[in-house]
Design a protein around this ligand. Structure first.
Ligand code: SF4
Length: 687
């Protein structure tokens, strides 16, 4: 059988796959050597995909009130409850909570229904937990959510600074690419992370800075750039505003906040100030913070001041966690954005989108972001909530309270592929197609739009997400605007809308892509317009602000909001492990992947373990002001004294029990609304 070209459903690296169905419901999976993101490489998770496509645990039919139901009765009920909530309590009484696992076409349809037809911007996504601070930082500095970096920049950089990113485990193929570049050209690698992770194997320098002190580090870097003549005065004069204020604030901040040894800090500042071809890669260690947006802008300040942006081998580069976090951003899947990077607060942008959709209304103010959305569901402000492909009862901060809010909400629909803690709380459960069974596009971390293609039939009564949403829209009276025959037609409409955005001077324009290209669409980096093709963003020094100049911002470093003390003396860091994905609904199906690490654990420094009386491989109770978990003790000096690390994947309630987000408070960044998932305070005791 001919291999089908598709894309991995896991991380934002966006690796291309060759998938061959065996005709008996199974598949064989190989890396696609022609895909520019991975050139044939795969990590353990991608390699094990064939082991995860069985029907174990799948939801195969609609359920209403826990009982099997027909599609018609389930969709009638969903449309009726949403319509009644809107009629009785207004459009802001309903909400969608989406996922970076969704395909762009699914995202587009959900966003169109909520913002253009229901008239609310209550559409948010689990990407809020992942990269909302990057989005906000980009928008403040560039006037648009434009990621300037590409993977090719890693191939030709002389210095790569990885900040808050365990690339080796979270983006393994990207890590392999960086390792190859290091061999080929001796690229220097600096890892900035409180924990010594697997990524440090590649590091020439590891900076185990104090949790949350990243802005102090990059403020110090800005000062050194200025003092050593590494500021690009012409670039700043022609294309940047705010340099003086940003530098003054940087001079006022104290590098000692980082807690780093002076010699290591000096080495970093030497390398950073003297290496033109520098890429700063950052991820959740930056974003998942109550000051995440400021940290992002502290990094962007350095690249703007030095003019190291928009040219090969240099620039700030946010790498996304999920396969389609970027597609969700592009399509306006966040509560504070319109489709195609148009601004919800901009009347001309709103009019353009409403005109294109010929819609009866358009949301005119930002909607509720994830944490606030679930609070509103718990307090009765949200009366009808549709959760798609995500498991917030486990993955949201303060997860027990979120589960309680879902339980308390009048009406909850969940579409997913398998039963989860969240489907168990739903009034209606809708069976969705999974990776391998559905067709559409995703955008990876470096703006590459790739096709996911169907290789297997939909099992049972499972349906594509876009079709369910369109069917509900039709039942609510808007069938004509939601009458696409297939995902390709949705993509064509979306691409045409992006042309409207391009006409308004926005960055996201894929109007060069047409429905006729869709089936054979090769991986394509946007923008794709003739003028920009092959071009780089910001190479011309033009940004998407009203005066086309980038903004540097004065950044005052702020440490995590919760402070350790006698009662909760440890700082809790959270993150991924190499072989599991999110809440393990797919990866746990692979015995091979489960062999890597079999149960949830807590990493404790040897001296802390001794003081607490914790022995290796025993159990410890970890308690925060929000909740507690029982975890297997792993004693290691990879964590610093006073800090502990736990993985985020496990969901069980029996010991060892790893529902870690029950320990994390719902503290958010005031600009981005992203939760501070890596800085809870906890106490430990033997269990
Ligand atoms: Fe999939 Fe990411 Fe691994 Fe590539 S690096 S195979 S996208 S999980």
């Amino acid at each position: 059988m001919t291999a089908i070209r598709t894309t991995c459903p896991y991380c934002g690296t966006g690796c291309g796959l060759l998938v061959t169905p065996d005709g008996k419901g199974g598949i064989a999976v190989k890396g696609d050597p022609a895909h520019p993101a991975n050139l044939g490489r795969l990590c353990s998770k991608g390699t094990a995909l064939a082991e995860t496509v069985g029907l174990a645990g799948r939801i195969l039919a609609p359920q209403v009130g826990g009982q099997p139901a027909t599609w018609d009765s389930a969709l009638d009920l969903v449309a009726d409850r949403f319509r009644r909530a809107i009629a009785d309590h207004g459009p802001d009484s309903v909400a969608f909570y989406l996922s970076g696992q969704m395909l762009t076409e699914d995202y587009y349809v959900a966003n169109k229904l909520m913002k253009g037809f229901i008239g609310s911007a209550n559409v948010d996504t689990n990407s809020r937990l992942c990269m909302a601070s990057s989005v906000a930082g980009h928008r403040r500095a560039f006037g648009s959510d434009t990621v300037p970096g590409t993977y090719e920049d890693l191939d030709c950089a002389d210095l790569v600074v990885l900040v808050g990113s365990n690339l080796a485990w979270c983006h393994p193929v990207l890590y392999q690419r960086l390792a190859a570049a290091k061999v080929a050209r001796g690229t220097r690698v600096v890892v900035v992370d409180p924990r010594r992770t697997a990524t440090c194997d590649l590091a020439d320098l590891h900076l185990p800075l104090a949790p949350g002190s990243d802005a102090a580090l990059f403020n110090a870097a800005l000062v050194v750039l200025a003092d050593r003549g590494a500021v690009d005065a012409r670039f700043v004069a022609d294309h940047v505003t705010g340099f003086g204020a940003a530098l003054a604030e940087a001079r006022a901040s104290d590098p000692a906040l980082t807690g780093l040894p002076e010699a290591d800090l000096a080495t970093f500042l030497d390398w950073f100030s003297s290496t033109e071809k520098t890429v700063t890669v950052y991820s959740q260690g930056i974003n998942q913070s109550s000051s995440g947006t400021d940290k992002v802008n502290a990094i962007l300040n350095c690249h703007l001041a030095s003019g190291r942006i928009g040219r090969a081998g240099m620039g700030p580069f946010s790498v996304t966690g999920q396969p389609n976090a970027m597609g969700g951003r592009e399509v306006g899947g966040l509560a504070n954005m319109l489709a195609c990077h148009l601004d919800i607060e901009n009347p001309a942008h709103r009019a353009a989108v409403q005109g294109f959709w010929a819609s009866p209304t358009i949301a005119d103010k930002p909607g509720l972001k994830a944490v606030d959305m679930f609070s509103a569901a718990g307090s009765g402000r949200i009366r009808a909530l549709w959760i798609i492909h995500t498991n917030p009862a486990v993955s949201m901060p303060d997860a027990d309270r979120v589960a309680q809010a879902i339980r308390a909400c009048d009406f909850v629909v969940v579409s997913d592929i398998t039963a989860t803690d969240t489907t168990r709380l739903a009034d209606v459960v809708l069976p969705a197609t999974a990776w391998g069974e559905k067709s559409g596009t995703v955008t990876n971390s470096d703006r590459l739009i790739s096709r996911q293609r169907r290789a297997l039939p939909a099992p049972g009564q499972a349906r594509d997400d876009w079709r369910m949403i369109a069917d509900v829209a039709a039942r609510m009276g808007w069938g004509e605007a939601f009458a696409w025959p297939d995902a390709g037609a949705i993509f064509a409409e979306y691409a045409a809308l992006s042309g409207v955005a391009g006409g308004l001077g926005r960055d996201f324009d894929i109007s060069g892509l047409h429905q006729a290209d869709y089936d054979a669409l090769p991986p394509t980096r946007w923008p794709v317009s003739a003028a920009k093709q092959g071009g780089r963003f910001f190479g011309d020094g033009r940004f998407y602000t009203p005066d086309a100049r980038a903004r540097m911002l004065p950044i005052t470093p702020r440490l995590p909001e919760a402070r350790t003390g006698n009662r909760y003396p440890f700082r809790l860091n959270t993150g991924r492990i190499r072989d599991q994905w999110h809440t393990m609904t797919r990866t746990a199906l692979s015995p091979r992947l489960s062999q890597h690490i079999a149960e949830p654990f807590v990493e404790v420094h040897p001296e802390d373990a001794r003081d607490l009386g914790l022995a290796p491989a025993t159990l410890a109770r970890v308690t925060s002001p929000e909740g507690s978990a029982i975890l297997r003790v792993s004693i290691t000096d990879a964590v610093q004294r006073g800090q502990v690390f736990v993985p985020m994947h496990w969901t069980g309630d029996t010991a060892p029990s790893g529902r870690i987000d029950t320990l994390v408070a719902g503290v958010i960044d005031p600009v981005s609304g992203q939760p501070e998932s890596k800085a809870a305070v906890v106490a430990l005791q033997p269990f």
